[in-house]
Each structure stands twice: as C-alpha cells, then as structure tokens.
Design a protein around this ligand. Structure first.
Ligand code: BEZ
Length: 252
C-alpha cells in the first residue's frame, strides 16, 4: 500500500473519533499503575496520555513522523518514537502491548505479530482493535461502482481486514499467543460535516482515487451513489467493522 502521509490536523480535527472509539479496547487492556505498556500506532498520543494519567508507564510508537511530532507537541512530557511495527526491536520489555486502528495498515501481519510478541514478557497481554473482515465494504463497493461508470480500471485496496480465524491463527503461529477472546462486530461511525464522506475517502483511500482525472465530479457521483446506504440522520456514516482480540503470550 502507498504510504499515507498523515495529516495530523485532519486526524485530530475531523477524525478524532479514531482515538475516542479505542476506549473500549483500552478498558479491555485493564492496564495497572506501574505496568510498562507499548502503544503501537499511537497516533497523536491520546491513549498514551490516558494511560499515563492512571500511573501506567506507557510509551507510544507510530510509523508516521507527522503523528509523532503532533503527539510530542500535545504531550511534551510523554515518550513517543517513530517506528514501524515490524521493526520494533524490543525484547521482553513490556507487560502489555496495545494497538488501536493501526494493524489494518500493515501488510506483513506475520512480521507485526512476531515483533509485538518479542516486545512482551512471557505472560504479557496483547489487546488490539482494527478493521476486520467486511470493514468499509460499502464504501469500497461504491468507489468501485463509480470507477467502473467512469471507465476506470479496477483498483484494489491494500488493507488487511482479517476474519477472526485468520487473525487468531496468525497470533498463535507467529507470536506464540494464546487467544483469550476475539470479537468481530459492526461499528457504523458518523463522519463530521456535509463533506464527511469526501474527507474520509480523501484521507484514507488515496490509493483508490489517485488516478481519477476529475476528482470533483467523481466525488459528486460517489455521494449520489452512497447517499441511500450511508447518509442518515443528517450525517454520513462509515461502515466500520472491528476485530478486537485479547491474547496472552506463551501460555500454551
Ligand atoms: C479503519 O479504522 O477501519 C480504517 C481507517 C482507514 C482506512 C481503512 C480502515
């Protein structure tokens, strides 16, 4: 997948729900004061700040220098590093790893799982939530339909949206994890403002629209196509579907 150049203003402004919606997964992590916790894909830092406010020794890593810069600006006393999940390079330092809305961006789920497992001590917890099988299917189908109407070739997204079976097998094989619990559930999420759908697609699906010559008319058609299924109660909604997992390292 083409690397996304994250726009931290847009992320915090119009897509602030990304961090806010990770709250349930953070509750599932149940981090205790004094525990060392690694937040993989820490974005603009809100989960690290929430954990540290509870006395947890949390640090954040994110592959995007823009996001890390914004996290450091927002929380200058908290530790944030630029790092790709597959190249983490930690060895048993952490009691828990947390990751929200990140792992669907990572092509190499096997490598990511190995690196996360390596960062944990034996018995350490891994809690993650990200896009699961069927995530954003309506939006992607709408984009495909409009592309086809405009005579554009098929464009494939490169996101990793696994089923529970696929992902839990990877956790067991690549990370020696015991999977304690796993869920796959719909989470339709309202987008902000009348341009919510357009802003979302521009920010997150750039690969699927990069070759569209007239973007304005593409988005007008996309909104017409999607209005019946994704616009209600005065909002655009995105059809998120989440996979959420709680796993423990090395407990077989
Ligand atoms: C998600 O959070 O599910 C997501 C975000 C951006 C692109 C694709 C999926």
């Amino acid at each position: 997948m083409t690397a996304v150049k994250w726009n931290a203003d847009l992320y915090d402004g119009k897509h602030g729900f990304v961090a806010a919606r990770g709250g349930d997964a953070l509750d599932l992590l149940d981090a205790q004061p004094g525990e060392r916790v690694l937040d993989v894909g820490s974005g603009t830092g809100d989960h690290v700040a929430a954990l540290r406010a509870r006395g947890v020794d949390a640090i954040g890593v994110d592959a995007s220098p823009e996001m890390v810069a914004r996290a450091r600006e927002k929380y200058p006393d908290h530790p944030f590093e630029v790092a790709d999940v597959c190249g983490l390079g930690y060895h048993g330092e952490f009691d828990a790893v947390f990751s929200n809305a990140t792992l669907h961006w990572v092509d190499d789920s096997y490598g990511a799982t190995e690196a996360i497992s390596n960062a944990l001590r034996d018995g350490g917890r891994f809690v993650t939530e990200f896009g699961g099988s069927g995530n954003i299917q309506r939006v992607v189908s709408g984009i495909w339909r409009v592309r086809s109407e405009l005579g554009l070739p098929i464009a494939i997204h490169g996101f990793y949206f696994p089923t529970i079976g696929e992902y839990t097998s990877t956790l067991e094989e690549a990370g020696r994890f015991q999977v304690d619990a796993a869920w796959l559930f719909d989470r339709p999420t309202p987008l902000e403002g009348p341009d919510g759908l357009v802003n979302w697609v521009r920010m997150f699906c750039a690969d699927l629209i990069a070759d569209v010559p007239d973007q304005d008319s593409f988005f007008t058609r996309l909104e017409e196509t999607m209005r019946r299924s994704l616009y209600r109660d005065g909002h655009w909604w995105i059809d998120y579907r989440r996979i959420r997992v709680h796993a423990t390292k090395g407990m077989h």
